[in-house]
Design a protein around this ligand. Structure first.
Ligand code: G3P
Length: 217
């Protein structure tokens, strides 16, 4: 499974990038707003740093305007994926951009039929929002399961990005279901590799090592 970072914070991207485990980045208008910087500066910084796909979102709501925006967004780098909202206007834009060879990520997906529509429009990626469904007592991961089944049934090539991740269990469940990608917030990323028994065990090994006699010269 590929790991994307769901952030527009360049320092956070640098930290995770240094681990060598980062496959891409997703952003959205809310994440860009949090940086407090002009969007063009943020887009360029991220695209220059990250080698893998970087999702940058349009803010127009009509397909023609979305396409115009998409043409500007892809100028930030050859790795840009244009993020488009899951609306009929959005799907129109996705279809045309696919014909132009521009990659898209259909965002704000909350139902399996939306995901089916996005795949038929030839979206490169679909982003089901898991945590936001869980917030309303709907099982977000069930949505991923249904999308995976539909895509497998018909051999769609659209990749599933599990988004709106809130905790490591979401990542585990996504991996068990065979989702292609998890886009993970920085704080959750830092928890993935942690286990108290690993820390306890390492501490014990290091303490015991001190008891081993040093070799005589
Ligand atoms: O970037 C899209 C998605 O991951 C947003 O997550 O936490 O705002 O529901 P969240």
């Amino acid at each position: 499974m590929k790991f994307f970072l769901d952030t527009a914070n360049i320092d956070h991207i640098k930290q995770i990038y240094e681990l060598g485990l980062l496959d891409g980045v997703t952003t959205n208008p809310s994440l860009i707003a949090k940086t407090g910087k002009p969007f063009k500066v943020v887009f360029q910084e991220i695209c220059n740093l990250v080698k893998g796909p970087v999702s940058l979102e349009v803010v127009s709501t009509e397909s023609a305007k979305m396409i115009e925006e998409a043409h500007k967004l892809v100028e930030f780098g050859s790795n840009v994926v244009v993020k488009i909202p899951m609306t009929l206007e959005g799907l129109k834009a996705v279809k045309i951009l696919a014909e132009e060879g521009i990659k898209t990520n259909v965002t704000l997906c909350f139902s399996p039929l939306q995901a089916l529509m996005a795949a038929k429009a030839k979206a490169t990626y679909i982003s089901p929002f898991i945590g936001r469904l869980d917030d309303y007592a709907h099982d977000g991961m069930e949505l991923v399961r249904e999308i995976k089944t539909i895509y497998d049934n018909y051999g769609f090539e659209t990749e599933i990005i599990v988004a709106s991740i809130r905790h490591p269990l979401h990542i585990l469940d996504a991996a068990l279901l065979g989702a292609d990608i998890a886009t993970v917030p920085f704080d959750v990323f830092n928890k993935i590799s942690l286990h108290p028994l690993t820390e306890k065990g390492l501490d014990q090994f290091l303490q015991d090592w001190k008891k081993v006699p040093a070799e005589k010269a």
